[in-house]
Structure formats: structure tokens, C-alpha cells
Design a protein around this ligand. Structure first.
Ligand code: ATP
Ligand code: MG
Length: 435
């Protein structure tokens, strides 16, 4: 939306959400999650009071009369990050009566037009007033409200012309049973479902472009995301971890703090390098990652693993290889980016602010001992035969031994021995019956 709006001291906010509205009996649950997100992400606006009315949440400041211009900047930054919000408008909450709406419009309209003139000097401006009426007892229909105000306002402004589709000045009037709301700015949210309303997942997070975007996609659909990253110290530098910490910090701006765990994959990678056919390396690495991920997911009670896999992007991401990789574990694996083009993923990375972190050139665990002749159509039988050449269970436990819980804020690492103990007892995941 336009950023040239006059910065009124708005007494209220109107938050629109779309999908939650169709959740029937779960509505309350979704609305509560959304309120919790709004409260958390907008904490810097001071204490807030919320009221809701089908499909809308109204927000009022509790300890001041109106939101300040600084609050508006915060809203423009935060609203695109709050999953479940379709859009939000700062505006004026009024009693639902025509004279009240008229009084408000008479007051604000000259300022809005002036701001438009300042922005586009010396040329006519286009205008639209869009009315919505959920209270059918209100005496005027939407089109009548629109016509009424066009006739009232436009004669005083010969440089304004009506353009219902692409207007530069858009005023919205929403009339509900107990409230009328007048606004001239819409800040778009990301849509989707409120944070935490879909459950918890564990993301395999590398320093690349894809996996952070995959995390955001899951958050947008209401998941809380924990993070697992693999490194290969000393073949990868400490910078590999600090880069992931920065990605996690950015991603945690969209949710209450997701946990980050690192595991050193090197023991497995060395064994695979020394004993297995080189063309299967990446598939074998990925199957190992998935098994280790499944242990952590069960420990954290995350219901699925998320990856940034993208069909055909690299050799490990053919349908044949993805299938062989998925069969390393019985956990649900979600790949939200599977069908996107790289350019779209890059654009999303820009939007969520992970692009500049991901583009830094830091070695990744996956490229350690990478070959230039990777198999693109691995067969499960062949892969199982390769895995029998190495002591898989011991190696997985050795990797679990290296697990660290990381505080992403300061990159401080804490040993995590519970994970190995837990993995040791996960009969069906760490016994060889699956592979
Ligand atoms: P890129 O943008 O370079 O493709 P990527 O992270 O997607 O980066 P891929 O080699 O395509 O790298 O890996 C596919 C997926 O496997 C990743 O999206 C991620 O989910 C997982 N993965 C790869 N390397 C790691 C790692 N070091 N730690 C955790 N997960 C990893
Ligand atoms: Mg990738």
C-alpha cells in the first residue's frame, strides 16, 4: 500500500484474517493463536486491548489515546511477519452511524488529498471509496454509501477523479453491528495460519537459500519450527555454525524462539567416503541426516521433518533419490519448496530477509568429500548394500554424541547428551530393521 499516507494519530487498528474464518468450531482456537501472535509481535506498541467480531480483530491502545507515527512504522515492519494476518489497517473506530462516519471523513479527507498532491504534484489524482456492510440493518447499501460520500466529498476537489479499480487514494469504510471503521491504508500480512496452530516440525537447516525459505513457508502455515543443522568440523569452519545462527535469529523473528541443535556428521561422512561407492555419497549423507533428524524430532515431539528440497535442483533431488532418501526413516518428510523455481525461492528469501545471510560463501557440510559424478537414480537395494558396508548404528550414535544445543542469540553451544541416550532407546529408528 502507499507509504505517502498522512500519519494520523490513529485510535484503532483493524486486523483482517481470512482462512481462520472458515474453521468452524476451531475458530476460537485459531483466533486465540492469532491474538497471542499479535500481542507478542506488537509488544513495543505498549499494552493493547483486543475485541473481535467475525473475521475481524479490533486493536486499541490501552494506556494512550492513539497510535503514534513510530507505532505505524513498527506495524509496517511487523505485520508482514505475522502468520495468519491477511491485512491490517490503522484507522478510526466510530459508532456505526452515517453522521459519525461523515464527520470523520470531513476531518481526514483534506489531509489525505493533500498528502496525495504532495506526492504527485501538478497532476490529477484518482480516488475510490470502498464500503463494506456486515450489518444488514444499516440503512444504506454499500453502493449507496460509496455514492453518498463521492457526492459529498468530490465536488470540493476538482483534481480528483473516480477510479474504482486502481485508485491512488483509497478510503475504506466498514460498517459492522457495533462499530464503523474508516481507514486509508492497508498493510498486507503474509496470510496463512497463525503461529503454532498447526503443530511443531523440525527443519533441516543448512546455510543455503532454500531451507530458510522452507522454514518460513511452514511457519506461514501455522507451524512452530525447530532447527537441526549438520556440520563437519574440522572440515567445516566455525563460521558454518555462526551463519546458521544468524539465519535462525532471523527466522525466530516470525515465531517464539525455535530451538537449534547442531550435529557433527563427519564420523558418518568419513566412513561413507572410505567404504562406499563415491557416486552414492550424497544420498547416503541425506539418509543419515534424516535418521538423525528423526531422533531429534521424536525427542522434541516435532511431528515432521522439513527440508528445502526442490525437484531436480541437484542430483540428490530427483524423484528416484528423494524416494530412496525418504525410506531411511518412517517420519513424515515435508518439502514445501519442491515445485518452486529457484528465482521464486530467491525472491522469497529477499522478502523474509534471509537472502543476504545465505549468499555469504561459507563451506557447508554437504559439500565435504562431494564427488562430481553423483548418482541421479539410486536404487534402494544398492543403497542398502552400501550401508551394510559401514557400522551404521554405531556411527549414528557417534554423531548423536556430538549434538549441541545452541543459543542462536550468541552462538553459545551446550552439550546435549540426552539426545544420544534417547536415540539409543529408539529401537525402531536406530535398529537396522528399516534399512
Ligand atoms: P541451496 O540453496 O544451496 O540449494 P540447500 O540448503 O537447499 O541450499 P541442498 O544441497 O539443496 O542445499 O540440500 C537440500 C536440503 O537438505 C536442504 O534444503 C536442507 O533441508 C538439507 N540440508 C542440506 N545440507 C544440510 C546441512 N548441512 N544441515 C542441515 N540440513 C541440510
Ligand atoms: Mg537446495
Amino acid at each position: 500500500m502507499t507509504s505517502w499516507q498522512p500519519e494520523f494519530h490513529y485510535p484503532a487498528l483493524l486486523c483482517r484474517y481470512s482462512e481462520i474464518g472458515i474453521k468452524g468450531e476451531n475458530r476460537m482456537f485459531f483466533e486465540e493463536r492469532l491474538l497471542a501472535s499479535l500481542q507478542r509481535q506488537l509488544a513495543s506498541l505498549g499494552p493493547l486491548r483486543f475485541t473481535h467480531d467475525r473475521g475481524r480483530i479490533f486493536v486499541f491502545p490501552e494506556t494512550k489515546d492513539s497510535f503514534t507515527p513510530a507505532d505505524l512504522h513498527t506495524l509496517r515492519r511487523e505485520i508482514p511477519r505475522i502468520a495468519g494476518v491477511a491485512s491490517l489497517s490503522p484507522g478510526f473506530a466510530l459508532p456505526p452511524a452515517l453522521p459519525e462516519i461523515e464527520k470523520c471523513l470531513q476531518k481526514i479527507f483534506p489531509h489525505i488529498v493533500q498528502a496525495g498532491r504532495d506526492k504527485f504534484p501538478g497532476r490529477p489524482l484518482t480516488y475510490a471509496l470502498q464500503a463494506r456492510r456486515s450489518d444488514k440493518s444499516f440503512p444504506l447499501h454499500c453502493v449507496d454509501i460509496e455514492r453518498y460520500f463521492a457526492e459529498l466529498l468530490l465536488p470540493g476537489y476538482p483534481d480528483l477523479t473516480l477510479d474504482l479499480r486502481h485508485a491512488e487514494i483509497v478510503i475504506e469504510v466498514e460498517v459492522r453491528k457495533d462499530i464503523a471503521f474508516v481507514s486509508c491504508e492497508r498493510i498486507n500480512g503474509p496470510g496463512g495460519l497463525p503461529c503454532g496452530s498447526s503443530g511443531r516440525v523440525l527443519a533441516l537447516l543448512s546455510g543455503g537459500f532454500d531451507s530458510p525459505v522452507a522454514c518460513f513457508q511452514m511457519m506461514r502455515r501455522g507451524c512452530l519450527v525447530d532447527f537441526l543443522t549438520f556440520h563437519s568440523a574440522p572440515f567445516t569452519p566455525p563460521a558454518t555454525i555462526t551463519k546458521v545462527c544468524r539465519l535462525v535469529r532471523r527466522l525466530n523473528e516470525f515465531q517464539p524462539r525455535g530451538r537449534l541443535v547442531s550435529i557433527n556428521l563427519l564420523p558418518l561422512q568419513l566412513a561413507i567416503r572410505d567404504a562406499c561407492q563415491s557416486r552414492y555419497r550424497t544420498v547416503l549423507y541425506r539418509r543419515s541426516m534424516l535418521r538423525l533428524g528423526a531422533v531429534l524430532a521424536e525427542y522434541f515431539q516435532d511431528q515432521a521433518i522439513v527440508t528445502g528440497d526442490n525437484l531436480g535442483q541437484v542430483a540428490s533431488q530427483t524423484l528416484a533419490n528423494l524416494s530412496v532418501i525418504a525410506q531411511a526413516s518412517n517420519i513424515l518428510v515435508l518439502r514445501p519448496l519442491l515445485a518452486y523455481d529457484k528465482i521464486n525461492i530467491m525472491n522469497m528469501a529477499q522478502d523474509i530477509g534471509t537472502y543476504d545471510i545465505s549468499r555469504e560463501n561459507v563451506p557447508d557440510s554437504c559439500t565435504v568429500f562431494a564427488t562430481n559424478n553423483p548418482a541421479t537414480r539410486a536404487k534402494l537395494d544398492n543403497i542398502k548394500r552400501e550401508e551394510q558396508k559401514i557400522p551404521m548404528r554405531e556411527l549414528l550414535l557417534k554423531c548423536l554424541d556430538s549434538a549441541n544445543l545452541i543459543n542462536a542469540k550468541n552462538c553459545q553451544e551446550y552439550p546435549f547428551p540426552e539426545l544420544k541416550n534417547y536415540g539409543q532407546n529408539m529401537q525402531n529408528l536406530l535398529m537396522c530393521e528399516i534399512w
